[in-house]
Write a protein that binds this ligand. Structure first.
Ligand code: HPA
Length: 241
């Protein structure tokens, strides 16, 4: 069987608990090794990569995005469902709600963003996130009665610090809805690799200056933990559809 579907688990999603007969594989790529778990779900082989490592030890600006996507491409993966914890800048997008991201604004600073080392290639980014996968996710969320938004603009910051309230006000004026630290370059590299990619963003908090509290990584992890079961149900249903 070939692996066609992969899950990239973000903060709070570290183990492929929906899969049976999981085996661990080390893949060699030109960008370094990647550990992937491969298991079965309903007669399908599904790969799982923990973006920050299984012990959440790799911060967003040091994730080896190129190795992760290259490794999944080598396996034959055609579709990636990536989870991401995000803060919200949009009063309509509330904690514990899901956003099926359709656009990004890139504010990263130090990350390799391409596999292409020779020649001039300008990749179209009209639909950076796969419209078909997003439609499948929306259908699955509707069927499961999960609160969700079918589109949203993800502002990707460099991190690992959270944003200032002034940055958040600027991002809002620019049209951002949610803010996180990982979707770029992951989505860009997946597009270069010709893999259909969707981000399932889980709002864990209102962003800095909107939230009445100071932000903490602990708060993000706690909200993700409360919602892991819903994320799992969504991913399972989306794979079935
Ligand atoms: N900012 C950046 N990344 C995040 C946030 C945030 O408020 N919440 C979860 N990930």
């Amino acid at each position: 069987m070939t692996v066609r579907i992969a899950i990239i688990g973000g903060t709070g999603v570290y183990d492929p608990s929906i899969l049976d007969e999981v085996r661990q594989k080390r893949l060699e790529t030109p960008f370094g090794p990647v550990w992937v778990k491969i298991g079965n779900y309903r007669e399908r082989e599904v790969a799982f990569v923990a973006r920050h490592g299984e012990d959440h030890s790799v911060p967003p600006h040091l994730v080896n995005y190129r190795a992760n996507i290259w490794g999944l491409k080598q396996l034959g993966v055609k579709s990636i469902l990536a989870t991401a914890a995000v803060g919200s800048l949009n009063p309509e997008m509330k904690p514990c709600q899901l956003v099926f991201v359709d656009q990004f604004l890139d504010f990263t600073k130090s990350r390799p963003q391409t596999f292409i080392e020779k020649g001039v290639v300008h990749l179209d980014m009209t639909d950076p996130y796969c419209p078909e996968l997003r439609a499948t996710l929306a259908r699955a969320a509707r069927e499961l009665g999960l609160e969700h938004h079918t589109a949203g603009t993800y502002v990707c910051t460099e991190g690992p610090r959270f944003e200032t309230p002034a940055e958040i006000r600027m991002f809002r004026q620019l049209g951002g809805d949610i803010v996180g630290m990982t979707s770029v370059p992951e989505v860009v590299l997946a597009r270069e690799a010709g893999i259909c990619y969707a981000t399932i963003a889980m709002v864990t908090n209102f962003a800095a200056g909107i939230s009445p509290n100071r932000l903490s990584h602990q708060e993000v992890v706690e909200v993700m933990a409360e919602n892991t079961a819903n994320l799992r149900r969504l991913v399972m249903r989306a794979i079935e559809l």
